[in-house]
Ligand binder design. Structure first.
Ligand SMILES: NC(=O)N[C@@H](O)C(=O)O
Length: 183
């Protein structure tokens, strides 16, 4: 009889966003400091997105990755939880083999007025902390590309299908694991 494989739940405690705690993943912009959004292709673009609470929103199976640009999350209404993990070790490897370090994965509460800037290659996904979060997304856009379609299903593979420069990993498919936020 075939056994269904149930995924292992990896708990992530949601932590306050501080420059020190966030340093392995990027920078928290503070007054008097500068950050430099950067793209190796396309153009730097700023868009206003809204993400809404979704059923089972505490669990995340997919995360995005891109080495050609860094990215900035700036909540303006409502808070978000930014889930991150260090970049894959080998950028030149086949993206389908990119590693994911569960031991270094983390979740940070980003509140309105805070600015979370992730380095190139950092694994990431963002979910609404409450019912919804409207945030400024500083990202990459290629010529003629429109604003990112707002989704509430955490499906980075669907984003990747429209924006091929956004890579992703499905932790359930790859490791039979899922990240579960502990608030
Ligand atoms: N969902 C998500 O984080 N997408 C980004 O990678 C982006 O550049 O917009």
């Amino acid at each position: 009889m075939s056994q269904t494989v149930t995924e292992e739940v990896v708990k992530l405690k949601v932590r306050p966003l501080t420059p020190e705690a966030f340093r392995p993943y990027g920078q928290v912009l503070e007054r008097g400091q500068l950050i430099y959004p950067e793209v190796e292709e396309g153009r730097v673009a700023m868009e206003l997105l809204r993400t809404r609470h979704r059923p089972n929103g505490r669990q995340t199976a997919q995360l995005a990755v891109h080495f050609t640009y860094n990215q900035t999350f700036i909540p303006v209404q409502g808070s978000m939880v930014l889930i991150v993990a260090p970049p894959p070790v080998d950028r030149e490897a086949d993206p389908s083999t990119y590693d994911f370090d569960f031991d270094q994965a983390a979740a940070f509460l980003v509140e309105p007025g805070q600015v979370a800037f992730i380095d190139k290659g950092v694994w990431h996904n963002a979910v609404a902390m409450g019912l919804e979060c409207t945030f400024i997304n500083v990202t990459r856009k290629d010529a003629l590309e429109a604003a990112t379609e707002e989704r509430n299903d955490g499906r980075i593979d669907q984003i990747s299908a429209q924006r091929p420069y956004v890579g992703y990993i499905d932790l359930v498919e790859r490791y039979h694991r899922v990240l579960d936020l502990e608030l």
